[in-house]
Write a protein that binds this ligand. Structure first.
Ligand code: AMP
Ligand code: MG
Length: 323
C-alpha cells in the first residue's frame, strides 16, 4: 500500500529541462516514461537545430545554401519534403526560400537595415520554392536560391518529440519550444492542459488561456523579432511577394492542431495572409483552430476552441467567433 502510494506520487513529479535552441529558450516537462526522456528530447532537438539552422555554417541547410547541391540526413529530408508540400498548399503567403530577404533586412545578425525598393524587388525575385529540387534525399537549389526553415523547425521538433515520448512510454508532457507549445498525452491528475497565449505588447504576460487536450499550439507574432526606425516597426515575418515585413494589421496568430509542422507553417502563413484571407483559408479547411489578434484589439476565435478560451483579467478585446 505504502509502495503503491509512493509510486503514484513519483509519477506525478515531472522531469524537466530548460535550454537554448532554435534561437529561443525551450522548456520541457515530462510525466512518466523512461528516466532520461527529457535529456533524450533535449539532445535530439539540439541535434536538429544543428542540422537546420541556416545561420550556422556547419548545418546541412547552410551547406546546401552555399554549395547548391547536397545529400541531407533523414530529418532534414523529411522536413524539407513536408515544407515544400506546405509551400504548395499555402500559396504565396509561405515560402521556405525567404532566406536572402530575411538576411538583407538584418534579421539573422541583428544589423538591421531597410533595403531599397530596387533591392526588395531583386530579393522578391529570388524567393520561389519551386527552384528547390529533390531527388531521393539529395537537394539542388538554383543559383540565387537559399533556404530558411525558421517558420517550421520548431513545429517539426514538436512532432519528433511526440514520437520520442511515445517510444519512451511517457504519460504526458508539456513542451514549450518557444512560441510552439506541444502538449502530449494525458496529465496524471486527469485535468486538461492549459496554455497561455502571449500578449504581443508584453510577451511575458498572457492575454488569454486555452484549455485543451493533446495538441500543438503554435503562435507567430511580430513581437518575437523586430526593429524600429522612425517610429515604425519592422517584423521578422515577411511577405514573399514583396520580400518586406508584413504590415497588415495582424498582431498574432495561433494555430491549434495535432500536426506540429503544419501548425507552425500555418501560424506564419495565416499571419502573412491577414484577417480576411486567413478566415477564408480556415473556412476552406476547418481541420485546425485559430486565434487571431489584430492591432485594433479584435480577437477572432474559431468555433472549435471558442468555449475553451478565456480572456485574462484586464484585457477588453472585442471577441468574435469564426464559424
Ligand atoms: P514563425 O516564428 O514560425 O512565424 O517563423 C518566422 C520565421 O520564418 C522568420 O524568422 C523567418 O526566418 C521565416 N519566415 C519569415 N517569413 C516567412 C514566410 N512568409 N514564409 C516562410 N518563412 C518565413
Ligand atoms: Mg511558424
Amino acid at each position: 500500500m505504502m509502495i503503491l502510494a509512493l509510486c503514484a506520487c513519483t509519477s506525478m513529479q515531472p522531469s524537466s529541462a530548460s535550454f537554448q535552441a532554435m534561437d529561443t529558450l525551450m522548456s520541457l516537462k515530462v510525466y512518466g516514461g523512461n528516466t532520461n526522456l527529457c535529456d533524450t528530447l533535449k539532445s535530439r532537438i539540439q541535434t536538429l537545430d544543428g542540422l537546420l539552422d541556416a545561420t550556422d555554417e556547419k548545418s546541412e541547410i547552410a551547406r546546401l545554401n552555399a554549395e547548391k547541391s547536397a545529400a541531407v540526413s533523414e530529418d532534414t529530408d523529411a522536413l524539407l519534403q513536408r515544407s515544400l508540400t506546405l509551400c504548395e498548399q499555402l500559396g504565396d503567403s509561405f515560402d521556405i526560400t525567404v532566406c536572402p530577404a530575411v538576411r538583407a533586412w538584418g534579421f539573422t545578425t541583428g544589423d538591421y537595415r531597410i533595403p531599397s525598393k530596387d533591392e526588395r524587388k531583386a530579393l522578391a525575385d529570388r524567393i520561389d520554392y519551386r527552384r528547390v529540387k529533390a531527388d531521393h534525399g539529395t537537394y539542388t537549389l538554383s543559383a540565387q536560391t537559399e533556404l530558411d526553415l525558421g517558420a517550421v523547425a520548431k513545429g517539426y521538433a514538436a512532432d519528433i518529440s511526440a514520437d520520442l515520448l511515445r517510444d519512451g512510454g511517457a504519460q504526458a508532457a508539456v513542451l514549450n519550444l518557444g512560441g510552439t507549445i506541444a502538449l502530449y498525452g494525458k496529465k496524471p491528475d486527469g485535468s486538461r492542459f492549459s496554455v497561455g497565449i502571449a500578449d504581443p505588447e508584453n510577451p511575458a504576460a498572457y492575454f488569454g488561456t486555452l484549455d485543451c487536450d493533446a495538441c500543438v499550439v503554435a503562435t507567430s507574432g511580430g513581437y518575437e523579432r523586430y526593429f524600429e526606425r522612425d517610429g515604425k516597426r519592422y517584423i521578422h515575418i515577411l511577405d514573399p511577394k514583396t520580400a518586406a515585413p508584413v504590415e497588415n494589421g495582424v498582431r498574432s496568430v495561433t494555430i491549434v492542431t495535432d500536426d506540429g509542422t503544419r501548425a507552425d507553417a500555418l501560424s506564419t502563413a495565416l499571419f502573412v495572409m491577414g484577417l480576411d484571407k486567413a478566415t477564408d483559408y480556415y473556412r476552406a479547411h476547418r481541420d485546425f483552430d485559430l486565434i487571431l489578434l489584430t492591432e485594433n484589439d479584435e480577437l477572432y476565435l474559431t468555433e472549435g476552441i471558442f468555449d475553451d478560451f478565456s480572456l485574462s483579467d484586464g484585457y477588453d478585446y472585442i471577441v468574435h467567433r469564426l464559424g
